[in-house]
Design a protein around this ligand. Structure first.
Ligand code: ZN
Length: 293
């Protein structure tokens, strides 16, 4: 089994690299990729001697926020040269830039909260750090006051993923934050992954609030994408079949992963191979590309 989509404390995961690798060993994974949001820090130091904790194989990875027209689409890069890719990431995702984007986002959300009559202490702004997660901070400030529950969007109450996908990243929502000038374009990221010697995959295609994901996939395919993340909790078995067919018809590679962030996530899952978690991803889905590049 494999797990090619895992977050560490270098982005918004709750487990550090060592813990993740120990879990991977316990779950008997054969291949793992740590794919933090917009950073490859996990690969700079600790992973260098991962063999201490994990007897399987580690491939390099990163999940990059990109802009396709107005939508945020995440692209996974695998087997990238991390030194080269880091130089690219720093242009868009330096600490100073991240803090600037966060401030802008939080100011917008506070304004929205006032408009809606939501109670919000606005304390997060004072102690903002570049590693903070905007949705988590804001949703937490809202959820602190139970009286907000009847005014707030029911599906987003204490659910950051829904808050992001259905509201913040949804251009037709009044909560939409336009990051189109902050993040690199999808095409640029695919090209940079290739320049760093890696392969580019569309992350969890069914998680985006877009009209027709296959139209989006057609556009991304023309930009030179190599594959699609098909084995993911957002795709049930029926929809997974559709994605597999699309990948086969378009000569695209497949990948998959748990997208593990934290155990207190609404889905309460951990890495692939965890007994509480039903997603099983066999190594043979990646055999066509794992030794390429
Ligand atoms: Zn992810």
């Amino acid at each position: 089994m494999i797990d090619l989509h895992v977050h560490s404390t270098y982005s918004d995961g709750c487990d550090n690299v060592e813990t993740l690798l120990k879990h991977a060993e316990k779950n008997k994974l054969e291949v793992i990729a740590i794919t933090d949001h917009n950073t490859i820090e996990a690969y700079k130091y600790e992973i260098l001697d991962y063999k201490k904790y994990f007897t399987g194989r580690v491939i390099t990875g990163c999940e990059v926020s990109t802009i396709l027209e107005k939508d945020i689409i995440e692209i996974l890069g695998y087997k990238i040269d991390v030194v080269r890719f880091d130089k690219f990431l720093k242009q868009y995702f330096s600490d100073e830039r991240k803090l600037e984007i966060l401030k802008k986002g939080l100011e917008f959300l506070y304004r929205k909260a006032d408009e809606k009559g939501l109670k919000c202490d606005k304390v997060a702004y004072e102690t903002l750090k570049s590693s903070d997660i905007l949705t988590r901070l804001f949703n937490w400030e809202i959820a602190k006051h139970p009286e907000n529950k009847s005014i707030y969007m029911q599906d987003a109450w204490e659910n950051n993923t829904i808050f992001i996908r259905n509201y913040l990243s949804n251009p037709s929502s009044e909560w939409f934050i336009d990051n189109s000038l902050d993040y690199p374009s999808t095409k640029e990221v695919i090209d940079e992954i290739h320049k760093a010697g890696g392969l580019a995959f569309v992350a969890h295609p069914l998680e985006y609030s877009v009209q027709n994901i296959y139209d989006i996939l057609d556009k991304i395919k023309k930009m030179g994408i190599d594959g699609i993340e098909i084995f993911h909790l957002s795709a049930n078995i029926e929809r997974r079949k559709g994605l597999i067919k699309y990948a086969e018809q378009n000569n695209l590679y497949m990948s998959g992963g748990s997208d593990y962030h934290r155990i207190d996530h609404p889905l309460k899952h951990s890495l692939v191979g965890d007994l509480r978690f039903s997603l099983v991803i066999e190594k043979n889905i990646i055999k066509s590309w794992i030794n390429e590049v």
